[in-house]
Design a protein. Structure first.
Length: 381
């Protein structure tokens, strides 16, 4: 049955070629804007120049160096600069890491203590308004209120929730400069976001199931084509739309959610540095396998509707669907075992220990604790 829900997503989505020029219509005149960036890809693909041109009538300061898996150590510096300069609007220009990091900056600017407190608390209510120019389709951060922040010192990585961006600009042309590995990780991340909100129980909502399946089907269709030509506007536009729609709350309305694969994946990244989307490509087939009884009916459904697995015993079809899921990740060019990613078994023990210490019970039925996480990781070693 569909669960009760309240849905509201306030982010204005501005999509298409040349739309970065719209920035001056979206940021109120007179604002002092801090523009945040990653490591410099925007200087090579023309995005930086487009942003600066659009904001030429504003007072702006720049903060560079928000790294993949944004670290509190870097974000503290941005927060103190923003406080000193009394900025009252933030513009994140980059992928999920720059956007996530900027969400924490926007909360940290109006918080007196250390911003890591906010991450540990898991949420912040007061923020400075922010907008985004997205350069990497993957996380959905451009249209949700989540962020995932790392601490290098303690090798921790946690989700944190604050405000939605006021607006996000998505120009598919800016993705043409993406490295193949980032595209692969972005497709895997998008695919697994859908699975986390879909591969739970059957019979909750026909329409939510079909919205979710439409994103999975689109990804399976476009992935090999993007591999052949990553400069195809229409393909990259579809990819961008898939990523945004996968994690902006739309497909989650009134249905069960899992997120265990992500929680394990964050630990793997925190401990080894492996890129987010790649951790998920390794772990999801393990989660499907270990929880094959609880998730069986939904695995059969996705097998039929997305991978065309229609004949054989239920057990055969479940195995076949897990195999095809893994094949899909492989076809993107990603590793699908921990060993292939040069990760050793001691990481599994550490994750089990961390989950036990925190007494977690992830997943739609709370079944993923330390022991189950160990089983999942052991089956993808
Ligand atoms: O830093 P620069 O030089 O810009 O290079 C980046 C970075 O090295 C590069 N890149 C981005 N756009 C590019 C480009 N290179 C060439 N051309 C472009 N157009 O790509 C590299 C990776 O960027 P990053 O932002 O780290 O990737 P992604 O968007 O996948 O973000 C990953 C982070 O988001 C979190 C992940 O955990 C990870 O920390 N997530 C955030 C979520 C959310 N807020 O809702 C949900 C996700 O599940 C995820 O956990
Ligand atoms: Zn993700």
């Amino acid at each position: 049955m569909l669960n009760n829900f309240i849905f509201q997503n306030p982010t204005k989505l501005i999509m298409g070629k040349g739309m970065i020029a719209q920035l001056s219509k979206e940021i109120p005149a007179g604002k002092k804007v801090m523009i945040t960036f990653g490591g410099g890809s925007v200087k090579n693909n023309g995005v930086y120049d487009q942003v600066k041109e659009a904001l030429k009538d504003y007072q702006t300061i720049e903060f560079w160096g928000i790294e993949p898996n944004p670290a509190i150590e870097t974000l503290r510096k941005a927060i103190s600069l923003g406080k000193e300069e009394k900025v009252d609007f933030l513009l994140a220009v980059g992928g999920g890491s720059v956007i996530d990091g900027t969400k924490l900056i926007s909360s940290g600017l109006v918080y007196d203590g250390d911003a890591w407190d906010l991450v540990k608390k898991g949420k912040a209510d007061k923020t400075v308004p922010m907008g985004t120019v997205l350069t990497l389709p993957a996380t959905g951060s451009e249209m949700n209120n989540g962020a995932v922040i790392s601490c290098h010192e303690t090798k921790e990585k946690y989700a944190f929730y604050s405000e939605f961006p006021k607006f996000s600009i998505l120009d598919p042309e800016v993705t043409f400069s993406l490295p193949d590995y980032q595209i692969a990780c972005g497709i895997a991340d998008t695919f697994v976001h859908v699975m986390e909100q879909y591969l739970t129980k059957t019979g909750e909502s026909r329409i939510m199931d079909r919205w979710a399946e439409s994103i999975l089907q689109t990804l399976v269709e476009i992935a090999p084509k993007i591999k052949e030509n990553k400069h195809d506007y229409q393909l990259m536009a579809d990819f961008m739309m898939c990523a945004t729609m996968a994690l902006n709350g739309f497909i989650a309305m009134g249905v069960s959610q899992d997120w265990a694969t992500h929680m394990i994946g964050h630990e793997v990244t925190a401990l080894t540095g492996l890129t987010h989307g790649n951790t998920l490509a390794i772990i999801l087939p393990g989660t499907m396998n270990v929880l094959r009884e609880q998730k069986g009916a939904k695995i059969l459904q996705v097998g039929t509707r997305v991978f065309g697995v229609v004949s054989g015993t239920n057990d055969f079809r479940i195995n076949e669907t897990i195999r095809k899921t893994k094949e899909f990740f492989k076809s993107l060019g990603l590793t699908t075992t921990l060993t292939e990613a040069n990760i050793s078994a001691d990481v599994i023990d550490e994750i089990e220990k961390r989950f036990n210490e925190r007494n977690v019970h992830f997943g739609e039925d709370g079944l993923v604790d330390g022991a189950t996480a160990k089983k999942i990781l052991s089956c993808v070693l």
